[in-house]
Design a binder for this molecule. Structure first.
Ligand code: BF8
Ligand code: SF4
Length: 655
C-alpha cells in the first residue's frame, strides 16, 4: 500500500521541518512509512492496550473483560491483576535483557581485547579501566593493562551469572538505598538470573501474586540499570574514551549531496567506532573520489548515533522516527545496522532507492539486507569491507531524486558524569551549592523514544522547555537527546532560554541548560550522578530534588529503564500510557504504593504542561524535605487545568 495522507498533514506527525519535507516526499513517491502503518492498525486491540490479554500458554489465549460483564478470569484462573503484572514483568525482562545483552557483547569484545584477540580496538581510557577494576576488587598496582582488563572481564562476566549476593556496581548505590533493596528482597543478584527468573515466574502457575511479581520486576529492572547497562557504558568508555564536551550537528541536513553518506543505526558502539576509523582510511577515501564523490560522510541515527556523537562529535541524522525518512532523502549509500529499534520496514524503503541495508549482528538479520557478520577479532577489516560496499553503491545514486532538507542545527554532546564533575571542578559541590541556593531548583532526566502516536518530538521539546525556563537542569539521553538537539536546546547559547538562575550557572560554565549524557544504556550514568549527589549530601536518592520523564516512550527497554529509575528512588513521568490500566490494583501500586516501598512512583501525564507542573511541584516538595528554600505549590500555577498532578495516574485511567 502506498503512502497517503490518511493520517493528516505532515506537520501533525512531526514538529521538524526536515521530517515534514521527507514525509511529503514519501507520499509523492508512494512510499509507506510508520505513520501509514499505524493508521492501518486502527483500531488497535483494547484488551492488549489495557494489559488484559494473555497468551502465556496453550489453554489460552485469554482476555479479561474490563467492563466486568465478560470473563474475569483466564482459563487457568488468572485474574486481571495477575495478567497485567505478568505482562509488565515480561516487558521489563525483555528491555533489561536487550540492554544487558548489548553489555555482554561489549564485555566479550573487551575480553578479546584484553587477550590481544581484537583488532581495531585499544584501551582508550586506562585511568578509568584501573579505577573501575579497583572498585570491583581487582588488584591494579604493578600490573599491566592486559592483566587488569582480563581480571575485570572475569569479575563482570560473573555478574551475568547466578552469583548470590549482589552485582558489582550495586555497591555504587547509597548505603541506605542498598539497605532498602535488601529489606525488600530486590537487590539484583545476577543479570541473566533476574531476567530468567522473571520468565519463570510468569509461566502459568508460578507467581500468582501481583505484588510479588512486580517486586521482582523492579529487581529485573535494577539488574539492567546497575548491571547490564552500566557495564555497557563503563566498558564503552574504557574502550572508546570517556566522553568530554564536543560540538556536533543534527538533523537530515547533515547528509552531503556530493559525498558517500553512510548512516550508522542501532546501539552498539563496537561496530560504529570501527566504521568511523575505516571511513578515514586514505585508500577508501581515494576509492570514493574515484567514483565521483568528494569524500565519505558518516552520520548517526538513534543510540549508535549518540555513542558516536558523544565520543567523536559525529553528526546525527535523527532519532527513532527519522530512520525511514533518512532513506527517503535518496542520498544514503548505506544504512549499517546492529540491533534494537531498527524497523524491519527499512529494507522495504531502501528498495525504492540505491541504498544498501547492511546488517552486522548474527542476532539481528533482516530478510533482504546484505549481511556482513561483525566479529571484534576482525573489527578493522570488516569495517573496511562495509565502507567499501557503501562507496561502490555511490555510482548508483539517482541525483535527480535526492532531496536533503534544510541546514543542520548545532548541538553539544559529551556530558559523561566525569565531564560534568570535571566542569564543576571535580566535585558535585558547585551543583549542590547552586541547588541549595535555589538558582537551580533541581534536575530532571528526560529520556526515551519517539512514538508515532504522538507528534515527533513535541512532548520532549515542550516539557524540556518548561523545565529549563523554571531553572531545572535537564539531562537527556537516547532519542530525547536528539529531539532537544534538533530544537536548538543543546548549545551554550541556549542558556538564554533558561530561567535566570540556571542561565547564570550555564553561562559561567559555558554549557547548555540541557546536557547530553549519551545513549539509552547511558541512563546508568544518571544513576551514578544521583548516587554521587545523594552520598555528598548524606541522603538517599529519593530525597533529592530530581525526577525522570519518558515523554514519548515506545520500547520495552524504556519500561526497564523506568523500573530501575523508580526503584532507585526517582519518580518518573511517562507521556504514553503503559498497558497496565486493566488492573486498578497494579495501577495503584505503581502510582501510589511504591512511594512507601522505594520512595518514588510512576506518573502518567501526556500533557507536557501538566507534566512540567507536576515535576516542578515534586521538586519543590523534595527541596522542602531537605530544608532548602521552596516555592509553595500554589505559586507554581499555570493557566491550564491542573488536576492531573493530584491523582497522577488517574488522569489517564479515564482517558
Ligand atoms: O535505546 S530512545 S527509540 S533508539 S529505545 Fe530506541 Fe527509544 Fe530511541 Fe536507543 Ni532507547
Ligand atoms: Fe490463559 Fe492462564 Fe494460559 Fe494466560 S496462562 S493464556 S490466562 S490459561
Amino acid at each position: 500500500m502506498s503512502g497517503t495522507s490518511k493520517n493528516g498533514p505532515a506537520k501533525s506527525l512531526t514538529i521538524h521541518q526536515d521530517a515534514q519535507i521527507m514525509i511529503d516526499k514519501a507520499r509523492e513517491e508512494g512510499i509507506t512509512t510508520v505513520w501509514d502503518r499505524l493508521a492501518d492498525q486502527q483500531p488497535q486491540c483494547g484488551y492488549c492496550a489495557l494489559g488484559l490479554s494473555c497468551r502465556n500458554c496453550a489453554m489460552g489465549p485469554c482476555r479479561i473483560d474490563p467492563f466486568g460483564e465478560g470473563p474475569q478470569k483466564g482459563v487457568c484462573g488468572a485474574d486481571a491483576d495477575v495478567i497485567v503484572a505478568r505482562n509488565l514483568g515480561r516487558t521489563i525482562a525483555a528491555g533489561s535483557s536487550s540492554h544487558s545483552d548489548h553489555g555482554r557483547d561489549i564485555l566479550e569484545a573487551f575480553g578479546d581485547l584484553a587477550r590481544g584477540q581484537a583488532t581495531g580496538y585499544r584501551i582508550a581510557d586506562e585511568g578509568k579501566l584501573r579505577r573501575i577494576a579497583a572498585e570491583v576488587g581487582v588488584v591494579t598496582e604493578h600490573r599491566t593493562v592486559e592483566e587488569v582488563a582480563t581480571d575485570l572481564t572475569n569479575v563482570l562476566q560473573e555478574d551475568y551469572g547466578t552469583r548470590r549476593g549482589s552485582l558489582s556496581f550495586v555497591a555504587r548505590a547509597p548505603e541506605v538505598r542498598r539497605a532498602r533493596w535488601d529489606a525488600l528482597g530486590i537487590t539484583p543478584r545476577g543479570i541473566d538470573r533476574e531476567n530468567v527468573e522473571m520468565l519463570h515466574r510468569t509461566h502459568m502457575g508460578v507467581d500468582n501474586d501481583y505484588v510479588n511479581t512486580l517486586l521482582h520486576a523492579l529487581r529485573t529492572g535494577l539488574a539492567d540499570g546497575w548491571g547490564g547497562s552500566m557495564i555497557a557504558t563503563e566498558l564503552s568508555d574504557v574502550m572508546f574514551g570517556t566522553p568530554t564536551p564536543v560540538m556536533s550537528e543534527v538533523n537530515l541536513g547533515v547528509l552531503k549531496t556530493d559525498q558517500v553518506n553512510i548512516a550508522m543505526h542501532g546501539h552498539n558502539p563496537l561496530l560504529s567506532d570501527a566504521i568511523c576509523t575505516a571511513a578515514e582510511d586514505p585508500q577508501l577515501v581515494e576509492l570514493a573520489r574515484s567514483v565521483g564523490a568528494k569524500g565519505i560522510n558518516i552520520v548517526g541515527l538513534c543510540c549508535t548515533g549518540n555513542e558516536m556523537l558523544m565520543r567523536r562529535g559525529v553528526p546525527m541524522a535523527g532519532n527513532h522516527l527519522t530512520q525511514e525518512l533518512v532513506l527517503i532523502t535518496g542520498a544514503l549509500e548505506a544504512m549499517v545496522v546492529d540491533y534494537q529499534c531498527i524497523m524491519p520496514s527499512i529494507v522495504d524503503v531502501a528498495k525504492c532507492y540505491h541504498t544498501k541495508i547492511i546488517s552486522t549482528s548474527d542476532k539481528a538479520k533482516f530478510t533482504g539486507a546484505t549481511h556482513v557478520p561483525f566479529e571484534p577479532e576482525h573489527g578493522a577489516k570488516i569495517a573496511e569491507e562495509i565502507v567499501r560496499i557503501a562507496v561502490e553503491a555511490y555510482p548508483n545514486r539517482n541525483h535527480g531524486r535526492v532531496r536533503i532538507p534544510g541546514q543542520p542545527v548545532k548541538m553539544m554532546g559529551g556530558f559523561s558524569i566525569e565531564a560534568i564533575l570535571g566542569a564543576l571542578g571535580g566535585t558535585p559541590k558547585p551543583l549542590v551549592d547552586a541547588i541549595a541556593a535555589g538558582s537551580i531548583r533541581g534536575a530532571v532526566a528526560v529520556v526515551g523514544c519517539n512514538n508515532p502516536k504522538l507528534p515527533q518530538d513535541l512532548e520532549h521539546i515542550e516539557l524540556t522547555r518548561r523545565l529549563i525556563e523554571n531553572d531545572i537542569l535537564v539531562l537527556v539521553t537516547g532519542c530525547a537527546a536528539v529531539a532537544n538537539g534538533k530544537a536548538g536546546h543543546m548549545v551554550p547559547d541556549a542558556a538564554a532560554m533558561a530561567g535566570p538562575g540556571l542561565r547564570a550557572v550555564c553561562e559561567a560554565l559555558g554549557i547548555p541548560p540541557v546536557l547530553h549524557v549519551g545513549s539509552c544504556v547511558d541512563n546508568s550514568r544518571i544513576m551514578v550522578l544521583m548516587a554521587a549527589l545523594a552520598d555528598y549530601l548524606g541522603v538517599d536518592i529519593d530525597q533529592l530534588p530530581v525526577a525522570g520523564a519518558a515523554p514519548e516512550w515506545y520500547s520495552e527497554k524504556a519500561v526497564a529503564i523506568g523500573a530501575y529509575v523508580v526503584a532507585s528512588g526517582v519518580t518518573t513521568v511517562l507521556g504514553v500510557q503503559p498497558p497496565v490500566f486493566g488492573s486498578p490494583h497494579v495501577v495503584g501500586l505503581l502510582a501510589n504504593g511504591l512511594e512507601s516501598v522505594v520512595g518514588a512512583t510512576f506518573v502518567v501525564e501526556p500533557d507536557p504542561a501538566k507534566a512540567a507542573l507536576f515535576i516542578r511541584r515534586h521538586i519543590e516538595s523534595k527541596r522542602r524535605g531537605l530544608g532548602l528554600s521552596c516555592f509553595e505549590p500554589e505559586t507554581l500555577g499555570i493557566d491550564d487545568n491542573e488536576s492531573a498532578h493530584t491523582v497522577p495516574v488517574g488522569a489517564a485511567v479515564g482517558a
